[in-house]
Ligand binder design. Structure first.
Ligand SMILES: [Zn+2]
Length: 254
């Protein structure tokens, strides 16, 4: 790190849990963020500000007027622009040292596998179940930790599915794909703007902790926020041995 980097990252370097070594691990890290919307904005902005060396943003959408209430990486002047491009400009303005890869497509599972294989950590900042299940399978196949976030109405949740660990459950253990989970998308249900900031920031925090090896991650815990009464709760979650994605029959480390 040069003098300007030592200054830029000094408030991280001062933390005994991070220090020079931890900050260097951020500079060397590559994080894949799926979704450049409400969760992806604060997640990417904190990771860029923190000096994560490479960010890959994947989103096929364009900035729309209805996004601007909560998707902080986008500006009014960016309406109609690809979200990944709009976000890239914001992130470059925050920290020009970060290398930003943009993927403006609705990536299928094969494409996601390629993107995940190149990254150290994957953030699920998407807003729909098919993508969540696909990304969970992809991270199982590539053995990458998945930091999962969701926010609808006033309800947020965050967890880490760490496929490198034999005790960590996956998204499919918590929400089996064949169950009739209710899909609550922002477009239909609405979402309280600061909630996505809270959840996206937590995803960035978990990603940085995983990179620098700080503290226990949220692997095996589902953290939930009820934003009406601002009540936090968490529940312990276990790997389902019969899970079709991460169960023992599927070749993951035991
Ligand atoms: Zn599982």
């Amino acid at each position: 790190m040069d003098d300007s980097q030592l200054l830029r990252y000094s408030r991280h370097i001062l933390l005994p849990e991070i220090g020079i070594e931890g900050q260097q691990s951020f500079l060397d890290a590559h994080v894949l963020i799926l979704g450049a919307g409400g969760l992806g904005s604060p997640a990417a902005m904190f990771l860029a500000a923190s000096g994560v060396g490479t960010l890959t943003l994947c989103d096929d959408d364009q900035v729309d007027l209805t996004n601007l209430q909560r998707q902080l990486a986008h500006r009014t002047a960016s309406i109609g622009v690809a979200k990944v491009e709009s976000a890239r400009q914001t992130l470059n303005a925050i920290n020009p040292e970060v290398s930003i890869n943009t993927v403006q497509e609705r990536a299928d599972e094969a494409r996601l596998t390629t993107l995940a294989a190149e990254a150290d950590i994957v953030l699920d900042c998407s807003d729909n179940f098919p993508t969540r299940y696909a990304l969970n399978r992809v991270c199982a196949a590539t053995n990458k930790p998945l930091v999962s976030g969701a926010a609808t109405r006033f309800d947020g949740q965050v967890s880490v599915f760490d496929f490198r660990r034999p005790d960590s459950p996956c998204y499919n253990c918590l929400y089996p794909e064949d169950s009739e989970a209710e899909e609550t998308r922002c477009a239909v249900m609405g979402v309280f703007a600061p909630l996505v900031g809270v959840v996206g920031a937590l995803q960035a925090a978990e990603a940085l902790k995983l990179v620098a090896g700080v503290g226990p991650s949220l692997a095996g815990r589902l953290l939930m926020l009820d934003g009406r009464g601002m009540e936090w709760s968490s529940l312990r979650t276990a790997r389902n041995p019969a899970c079709p994605v991460c169960g023992q029959a599927h070749g993951l480390p035991k």
